[in-house]
Design a protein around this ligand. Structure first.
Ligand code: FAD
Ligand code: FES
Length: 258
């Protein structure tokens, strides 16, 4: 784990929903796998804000890309940073998604800020296990990522939008149930990241069809290193920190989530 001051190379709007932040770091980019994250300190004029966690989205050589959306004060401030501005970045942090699914077919289910780590996983995993379905839920077409961002994904990408302006109308979980009815559910492994309600619904369906999987939990974080206990989640083995022992947990581990 390293705490580095990095210089921003790029920070711009990608579509209605997301901004892309790019910086370069040899140490923060080495040996990273999808699901891991960085804790970024965003400074304002008066002082310092707490660090905010962001998933790795893409790594090209030593260049690190983050895809983020505005949620509150910190992420709004982040959009004002320009190339040449600096940020303190701690990472790589957390437990990653499982890469080797031992022959099972991968279903990725994402929404909102859960899409970036799954896209990283889809690009990396496609080289080893090409059988992949990536289901993405959005409110409307304006949130759909530009095609160039998805060009590295080898597999089918299916969208569901709440208003029906792109892909199938409704929730992404309907796409998921359809897939499970298409083939023997036991041949699949689910990996999900997104809003709590979406992941809880995914886990309920997975339980109904007896499909294994894992979820990257979106808990509020502060230290990112297991010290403040601000991010604990209940598991079958007791409370665990989602910053160190997660954010990725198997469906069976999580208690009272779905
Ligand atoms: C492991 C991990 C990876 C993440 N990866 C990404 C990413 O790749 N891209 C991205 O855009 N965002 C990501 N997030 C979410 C991101 O950390 C939050 O959007 C950010 O911390 C919000 O900071 P803020 O100062 O803008 O909002 P704040 O002012 O801190 O909060 C605004 C509102 O949002 C709520 N909130 C804040 N953080 C969270 C959260 N984590 N979950 C649910 N509600 C929250 C607050 O309770 C408050 O109501 C990730 C979160 C985690 C835990
Ligand atoms: S954020 Fe402090 S223990 Fe996880």
């Amino acid at each position: 784990m390293f705490d580095e001051t990095v210089s921003i190379l790029e920070n711009k709007k990608v579509n209605h929903e997301y901004y892309k932040l790019v910086f370069s770091s040899k140490r923060l980019s080495a040996g990273v796998t999808a699901g891991q994250f960085l804790n970024i300190q965003i400074e304002n004029h008066e002082g310092l804000l707490l660090r905010r966690p962001f998933s790795y989205y893409r790594i090209r050589g030593q260049k690190i890309e983050i895809l983020y959306e505005i949620l509150g004060r910190g992420t709004a401030l982040l959009t004002e940073k320009r190339p040449g501005h600096t940020l303190k970045v701690l990472g790589p942090l957390g437990r990653a998604f499982t890469r080797d699914l031992k022959g099972k077919k991968r279903i990725l289910i994402g929404g909102g800020v859960g899409v970036p780590p799954l896209l990283f996983l889809a690009e990396a995993a496609g080289k080893e296990s090409p059988a992949l379905s990536f289901l993405i839920g959005c409110k409307s077409k304006t949130e759909v990522l530009p095609k160039a961002e998805l060009a590295g994904v080898k597999g089918e990408i299916l969208y569901a939008t709440n208003d029906g302006s792109y892909g199938k109308k409704g929730f992404v979980t309907a796409l998921f149930e359809n897939l499970l009815k298409r083939e023997d559910p036991k041949t699949f492994f689910i990996q999900t990241c997104g809003p709590h309600a979406m992941m809880a619904a995914v886990m309920k369906i997975a339980k109904k069809f007896a499909v294994a999987g894992e979820a990257s939990i979106d808990e509020r974080m502060a230290c990112g290193v297991g010290a403040c206990l601000g991010c604990v989640v209940e598991t079958k083995e007791g409370f665990k920190t989602s910053c160190v022992e997660g954010p990725v947990f198997s469906f069976q581990e999580l208690v009272g989530y779905a």
